[in-house]
Design a protein around this ligand. Structure first.
Ligand code: NAP
Length: 297
C-alpha cells in the first residue's frame, strides 16, 4: 500500500489521545490511512486540544459512542483503564472490527479485554516501543515511531488479515514490526524498560529524601548521571503505576535477580574486592556494544 491508495480503515476510534494516541492520529493523517478518526478521553480539555491540533476529526468522552461503526478501535489509555473501557464499548463494536492497543504490558491486557469482546471482532494486541517522558495530545508527533520496533502479540486464533492490517499501519508509521508471544513480550520489556524505570524512580526518590543541605548540589551537579535518571523518573505516574501492577510477576522475578546481584556488589565493596567489581563492569560494557550494534542507542 502506498500514498494515494484507498484508506486502510474507513473509521478509526482512538481511545486515549495522549502522547501515543495523538502520535498515531498524526501518522494516520500524514499517511492518509483513515477515512475519519474519532478521539475519546475522559476530559473535554484533552479532546478540545486534539481537535485544535487536527489529530482527530470528531471527539467524545463516551467510549461506547466512539466505537460505533469503527473498523479499528485502538486503546491508547493507561493499561489500568482497559477492562472498564472494554466493558463499556463491547456492545457497540462493529462485527469484523479490529480491536488493538498500544499498552506496555501484554498478558494482562489480553486477560482484561478478552472476556468482554464479542467473537465477531479481532483482537490484535500491540506495543509500539517508542515514547518520551511527556504526556498529553500536545506531546504527539508523527515522527515518534520512526525507526523503532513495534511488537504485536496476536493470539493463536487471531485472524491473519487483521494482523496484516496492523502490520501495515505500524510500518507506515515508520516502525519495524515483530510478532511474539505475550508472555515473552512481558519478560523482555520487564528487562529493557520496566526495571530501568523502577530503578530510576527509586534513585530519584532516594535523592529527594536526602537532607536539604545536599539537594542544591544534587541539582547543580546532576550531569554526572543523575540527570538521565530524572528524565526517566519524570514519566507519567499513572501510566507507570499501571505497568508495574499489570506486569507484577515479571517485574518481581527480575527484581529478585537484581537484588541478589546488588548484594554481590555490596559485598565486593565491603571486602574491597576489586576483581569482582572490575569483572562485572567489563561484562556490562559488552552489553553496551550489543545495544549500539543493534542501532538502539
Ligand atoms: P498519556 O499521554 O498520559 O495519554 C493518555 C490518554 O488517555 C489521554 O488522552 C487521557 O486523557 C486518556 N485517558 C486516561 N485515562 C482514561 C480513561 N480511564 N478513559 C479514557 N481515556 C483516558 O499516555 P501515553 O504516554 O500516550 O500512554 C498511553 C498508553 O501507551 C499506555 O497504555 C502506555 O502503557 C502505552 N505506551 C506508552 C509509551 C510512553 O513512552 N509514553 C510508550 C509505549 C506505549 P484524559 O486525561 O482527558 O482522560
Amino acid at each position: 500500500m502506498t500514498k494515494g491508495d484507498p484508506v486502510l480503515f474507513d473509521r478509526v476510534a482512538l481511545i486515549g489521545v495522549g502522547l501515543i494516541g495523538a502520535s498515531l492520529g498524526l501518522v494516520m493523517k500524514r499517511e492518509g490511512l483513515a477515512g475519519r478518526v474519532v478521539g475519546c478521553a475522559r476530559t473535554q480539555a484533552t479532546l478540545d486540544k486534539a481537535l485544535e491540533l487536527c489529530i482527530v476529526d470528531e471527539a467524545t468522552t463516551d467510549p461506547a459512542a466512539a466505537v460505533i461503526e469503527a473498523d479499528l478501535v485502538m486503546l491508547c489509555t493507561p493499561v489500568g483503564a482497559f477492562a472498564k473501557t472494554a466493558a463499556t464499548m463491547a456492545k457497540r463494536l462493529k462485527p469484523g472490527a479490529i480491536v488493538s492497543d498500544v499498552g506496555s504490558v501484554k498478558q494482562a491486557v489480553i486477560a482484561d479485554l478478552l472476556p468482554f469482546l464479542p467473537k465477531s471482532v479481532h483482537l490484535v494486541p500491540g506495543h509500539p516501543i517508542a515514547g518520551t517522558e511527556h504526556s498529553g495530545p500536545e506531546a504527539g508527533s508523527a515522527d515518534l515511531f520512526k525507526g523503532r520496533w513495534c511488537i504485536l502479540t496476536p493470539l493463536q486464533e487471531t485472524d491473519a488479515g487483521a494482523v496484516k492490517k496492523l502490520t501495515t499501519l505500524w510500518t507506515r508509521a515508520g516502525m519495524e514490526v515483530e510478532a511474539m508471544d505475550a508472555e515473552h513480550h512481558d519478560m523482555v520489556l520487564a528487562v529493557t524498560s520496566h526495571l530501568p524505570h523502577l530503578i530510576a524512580y527509586t534513585i530519584v526518590g532516594t535523592a529527594f529524601d536526602l537532607e536539604e543541605t545536599i539537594m542544591p548540589e544534587v541539582f547543580k551537579f546532576a550531569a554526572g548521571g543523575f540527570r538521565d535518571f530524572t528524565r526517566i523518573a519524570a514519566s507519567d505516574p499513572v501510566m507507570w503505576r499501571d505497568i508495574f501492577l499489570k506486569n507484577g510477576d515479571a517485574v518481581l522475578d527480575l527484581l529478585a535477580c537484581f537484588t541478589k546481584d546488588l548484594d554481590t556488589i555490596k559485598r565486593a565493596i565491603h571486602r574491597g574486592d576489586s576483581k569482582t567489581l572490575e569483572n562485572l563492569f567489563m561484562r556490562t560494557r559488552k552489553i553496551r556494544k550489543g545495544v549500539l550494534e543493534a542501532h538502539q542507542d
